[in-house]
Ligand binder design. Structure first.
Ligand code: SAM
Ligand code: DTB
Ligand code: SF4
Length: 343
């Protein structure tokens, strides 16, 4: 296209604006962890990556201590959302039936048992899109009782509306878990009933209410390495990064769309899972990196490598929300072999 001479000679319609100091709203800050840097970490030889991760880990944490969190599903099944990995969606036929909310006494009993077994954090999960006020009221009572037992309290209740995070904070909640699950570009293939921005909005509410953010994702859903890079990049570039970062290895449950897609075959090798933990540790040095779902089918050697790669938290107790987790005796034997003590 040729410009007319008039346009060429005319003074520009918009005069350049001179700022006496940089205009923050216009300046695009470079991300702390651009994808290329994260991809370069993933591409390192395994020994070099683990050495780097262990070095960062030792600079920020005691390498021989691991924090233990116990999960309880306070409201199981019948969820209206369509998350392709989840056994609790009412749209999938997994055999997980919809149940009503647990009573306060049931929750207190489970929290006492978790504490007696050595957990320091108790995480209550609900199969909701998000809590209605009538759902939130009893949860606030549960949070107060869990705190009264001397445990850290965490909730994962779905998307939060304005004011709800503040109510949880006032009840004494320490952490709110809400995962990004995967990279933005892979997200649409996994969940259609909420979008990535909805998740970011809830995370902003959690942070603004002064709660600690627990946010991670799932690997082994058929994503590419570039998409794993994208997930870690989202997490590591949050300001600040989440205090707690659960890395879940997909538990493939029959009846879920992801089980149908992957036929029960692990979509990534153990070494790629360990790499993901190591890269999370290097890019989020101060966070708790949690070796989360997927331990039941993971051999001890792989779990040991995850701890070496910088995982310093795990889910503890024989059940996650609806699926299994190693028995506490088995975990104790593993800790003994590795000389790990609980935090
Ligand atoms: N309903 C709430 C929500 O989705 O926000 C809270 C509970 S939901 C079960 C919490 C997280 O568990 C999900 O975001 C997902 O990351 C993880 N999760 C669910 N099913 C899983 C599976 N089969 N394997 C691994 N992680 C899973
Ligand atoms: C997280 O990242 N993993 C946990 C917790 N946060 C809520 C849930 C794992 C669920 C695994 C499938 C199930 O047991 O239902
Ligand atoms: Fe519902 Fe949460 Fe499961 Fe999604 S992950 S189906 S929101 S319980």
């Amino acid at each position: 296209m040729s410009a007319s001479p008039v346009a060429e000679n005319a003074a520009p319609a918009v005069q350049p604006v001179h700022f006496s100091r940089p205009a923050p709203a216009l300046a695009q800050a470079a991300p702390r962890w651009p994808r290329e840097r994260i991809a370069a970490l993933f591409a390192l030889p395994f020994a070099d990556l683990l050495h780097q991760a262990q070095t960062v880990h030792r600079a920020h944490h005691d390498p021989n201590r691991v924090q233990r969190s116990t999960l309880l599903s306070i409201k199981t099944g019948g969820c209206p959302e369509d998350c392709g990995y989840c056994p609790q969606s009412a749209r999938h036929h997994t055999g997980t039936e919809a149940e009503s909310m647990l009573s306060l006494d049931q929750v207190i009993e489970a929290a006492k048992a978790a504490k007696a077994a050595g957990a320091t954090r108790f995480c209550m999960g609900a199969a909701w899109r998000g809590p209605k006020q009538r759902d939130l009221d009893p949860v606030l009572g549960m949070v107060r009782e869990v705190k009264a037992l001397g445990l850290e309290a965490c909730c994962t209740l779905g998307m939060l509306k304005g004011g709800q995070a503040e109510q949880l904070k006032a009840a004494g909640l320490d952490y709110y878990n809400h995962n990004l699950d995967t990279a933005p570009e892979a997200y649409g293939g996994i969940v259609s009933t909420r979008d990535y921005q909805d998740r970011l909005d809830t995370l902003a509410r959690v942070k603004d209410a002064g709660l600690h953010v627990c946010c991670g994702g799932i690997v082994g859903m058929g994503e590419s390495r570039a998409e794993r890079v994208g997930l870690i990049s989202q997490l590591a570039n949050m300001d600040p990064p989440p205090e707690s970062v659960p890395i879940n290895f997909l538990v493939q449950v029959e009846g879920t769309p992801l089980h149908a897609r992957l036929h029960g075959e692990a979509a990534i090798d153990w070494s790629e899972f360990v790499r993901t933990i190591a890269v999370a540790r290097i890019t989020m040095p101060e966070s708790f990196v949690r070796l989360s779902a997927g331990r039941q089918d993971m051999d001890e050697a792989t779990q040991a490598l995850c701890f070496l790669a910088g995982a310093n938290s795990m889910f503890y107790g024989e059940k996650l929300l609806t699926t299994g987790n190693p028995e506490v005796e088995r975990d104790q034997r593993l800790f003994d072999k590795l000389g790990i003590s609980p935090m």
